[in-house]
Structures are given as structure tokens and as C-alpha cells.
Design a protein around this ligand. Structure first.
Ligand SMILES: Cc1cc2nc3c(=O)[nH]c(=O)nc-3n(C[C@H](O)[C@H](O)[C@H](O)COP(=O)(O)O)c2cc1C
Length: 353
């Protein structure tokens, strides 16, 4: 059997294969609520055979949303509609996962299909926050520098959202430490100019990430897998967040109970130049896997089953996350597996593959 379709057990969770749905914002919530859109969007990928289906970046507080239409878990009211989704994903034999996030200085922006850009306060936006008052780009809002007690509140927000995630039926939690959102902003010397215990040297800049990781692990106990998504490098030509920093951080996170590093890159430096090609981030996964000795997920322009399988066989990653290919084809995993027995029973009699 190709490794792509071998199960993987992480803590108490058996994930049926390694073809996973990467988190994707769909900007389709009101007041952070999940609805039928999310049920069908995520549910169809679970029906389509993905081993793990991850809910989009889900804000731990209203100010932590990228846009006013983001998914949220900052209040108990959010739990019930998510249960319908996690139940359905589980019924399909897939693992429901959720990505918990705070957008930091990149908050309060418009839906991409409305042209993106900032949402001003008069139109329902809010003041973004960050480690320092440095905007992402010259078009971005200037963030308010967080005070220590506000940072502590955000750590608590992650903990409470992780508790609600379990109540909502999620079996895996991922902490979003990537893509220039709040935690990445703290990690990087280009966005973090603080002079307190959360800024300055490497140990201080990783303090928010490590405290969130250890506090969430303490909250959820030992059975639930906990992942972290990192921008392994931010492509800054100078002293920015890079592979070496990510290896060091991953070693720390492993000791604190993180099970898998989801290896992405970029999005904290607005002038970044990325050479895109199939599997362009796989080498980052391979380096983290080998040098930090931790499970990894590879992501980024992986679209062919043979390529996905080769990455796993050559031990460059333990699982494959895919985003856009699953948008094109929610049934990617079933077609890739070529095994009629994996299709929903309701369909098996009627199709030839
Ligand atoms: C529509 C869309 C929404 C996304 N939203 C998120 C998100 O919520 N969280 C995240 O970490 N990455 C997000 N990403 C990035 C993807 O998870 C993935 O890392 C990236 O698209 C590269 O994988 P791909 O080449 O398979 O699409 C998004 C990507 C797309 C296309």
C-alpha cells in the first residue's frame, strides 16, 4: 500500500491516511459562527476520503480575526454548530481538526473577493494589535503594541478556545504560529521590537509561542494531538525568522507537547520573494523532521499522488497537507487511492473507478 494511504497514530488518534486538508479561510461566518456552508465545504472533503480535515483559521478572540467574517471560538455559543461538522467528519471516518489563530497586525481586513484591504472602524473593523507598532506593509493598519496583561489575556484565549475545540468534537488541534499572524510576529525580529520579556533575544521572542503551546497542552491533557504551523522561513534577506530559528523552536515545542510541525513559510515580510514550484516547501519539512526529530507535515503545491507518496517514502514528511487541490477536487484522496472499497457505501455499487 502506498504510504499516503497508511494510517498514522498520534497519541490516541488514529488518522486513516496521510492525505490531509490544509486549513483554508472561507470568510463565510457571521459573528464567528459555523454554518451550513462550512458543513458542506468540510464535509465533502471528508466524504472525499481525506484522512484529516482541518477547520480554517479560527479566531480565539474577535480582534484576532483576519476579517469580520472569520470563524471563531471565543464564546460557548460557537460550540454547538461546530459539533454538527465534527460529527459528520467523524462519521466519514476522517479526523476533524481545527486551527486556532490570532491575526495580530494583519487583522481587520476585507474579504479577498471584495478586493481585500483594510476594514476601517466605521465599517465594522477594529484596531489590530501586535508585538510592536510596526505595520505589515505600507498599506496596512498600524497595530497597537500589546501590553503585558493583554498578552496574558491572549494566552488565556488560546487555552479557552482549545477547551471549546474539544467540547465541539475536534480530535486534533493546530496552533497557527505562521504566515505573519500574531505569534509569528512575536517570533520575528522584523516585527517584534519589544524590550520586555517578550522581545529581544530568541528566548524572549519565542516566549509567547512556547507559553501558548504548554498552556494548551496542559488544558487538553495527553490524549489529543497538538500541531503547530510555522513559517519555517520568512525569506528576509538579513536577520529575520529563518530555518535555524525554526529548528530551535521546534525542539522546544516538542518538549512542551507539540506532536507535529506543519511546515509552511513566509507572509511576515511584505517584500518576500518565493520561488514557487511543486513541493517548494518540502525541504523545510525535511530539515525540521530530521534536525528537530519531530513529526512534520509538508504543504505547498503538492497535487499529484505519486509526488505526495514520494515525499512520505523518502521521509521528508509524515503527512501531506493540501489546500487548493482539495478545492479543485474534494474527492482527490478517493481518486488517488484507486480503491473502490474506500468510497462511500452509498456510491460503491454505482461507480467504476
Ligand atoms: C483559500 C485559502 C485559504 C487559506 N487559509 C489558510 C488558513 O486559514 N490557515 C493557514 O494556515 N493557511 C491558509 N491557507 C494556506 C494553505 O493552507 C496552504 O498552506 C497553501 O495554500 C499552500 O498549499 P496548496 O499549494 O496545496 O494550496 C489558505 C490558502 C487558500 C488557498
Amino acid at each position: 500500500m502506498p504510504k499516503l494511504f497508511e494510517s498514522i497514530t498520534i497519541r490516541k488518534e488514529i488518522i486513516k491516511n496521510r492525505a490531509w486538508v490544509s486549513p483554508m479561510c472561507t470568510y463565510s461566518s457571521n459573528d464567528g459562527m459555523a454554518n451550513d456552508w462550512h458543513l458542506v465545504h468540510l464535509g465533502s472533503r471528508a466524504m472525499g476520503g481525506a484522512g484529516l480535515v482541518m477547520m480554517e483559521a479560527t479566531a480565539v478572540s474577535p480582534e484576532g480575526r483576519i476579517s469580520p467574517w472569520d470563524m471563531g471560538l471565543w464564546k460557548d455559543k460557537h460550540i454547538e454548530p461546530m459539533k454538527k461538522i465534527t460529527n459528520f467528519i467523524s462519521e466519514c471516518g476522517s479526523t476533524p481538526a481545527i486551527q486556532l489563530a490570532h491575526a495580530g497586525r494583519k487583522a481587520s481586513t476585507n474579504r479577498p473577493w471584495l478586493g481585500g484591504g483594510n476594514v476601517e472602524k466605521e465599517s465594522g473593523g477594529w484596531d489590530p494589535v501586535g508585538p510592536s507598532n510596526i505595520p505589515y506593509s505600507n498599506k496596512s493598519l498600524i497595530p497597537k503594541e500589546l501590553k503585558t496583561n493583554e498578552i496574558e489575556k491572549i494566552i488565556e484565549d488560546f487555552v479557552l478556545a482549545s477547551k471549546r475545540s474539544i467540547e465541539a468534537g475536534f480530535k486534533v488541534i493546530e496552533l497557527h504560529f505562521a504566515h505573519g499572524y500574531l505569534v509569528h510576529e512575536f517570533l520575528s525580529p522584523i516585527s517584534n521590537h519589544r524590550e520586555d520579556e517578550y522581545g529581544g533575544n530568541f528566548e524572549n521572542r519565542i516566549l509567547l509561542a512556547t507559553t501558548i503551546a504548554s498552556s494548551v497542552r496542559e488544558e487538553i491533557g495527553n490524549d489529543i494531538p497538538l500541531f503547530a504551523r510555522l513559517s519555517v522561513t520568512e525569506y528576509f534577506p538579513g536577520e529575520g525568522w529563518d530555518l535555524e530559528s525554526s529548528i530551535k523552536l521546534s525542539k522546544n515545542l516538542k518538549l512542551l507537547g507539540i506532536d507535529l510541525i506543519d511546515c509552511s513559510s513566509g507572509a511576515n515580510y511584505s517584500e518576500q520573494e518565493i520561488k514557487l514550484k511543486p513541493g517548494y516547501q518540502v525541504n523545510l519539512s525535511q530539515q525540521i523532521k530530521n534536525q528537530a526529530n519531530i513529526l512534520t507535515g509538508a504543504v505547498g503545491l503538492i497535487t499529484e499522488p505519486e509526488h505526495a507518496d514520494l515525499i512520505l517514502e523518502s521521509e521528508e514528511a509524515d503527512a501531506i497537507f493540501m489546500a487548493r487541490e482539495y478545492l479543485r477536487n474534494p474527492y482527490w484522496a478517493l481518486y488517488a487511492e484507486k480503491n473502490k472499497a474506500s468510497w462511500p457505501l452509498q456510491y460503491q455499487r454505482s461507480i467504476d473507478i
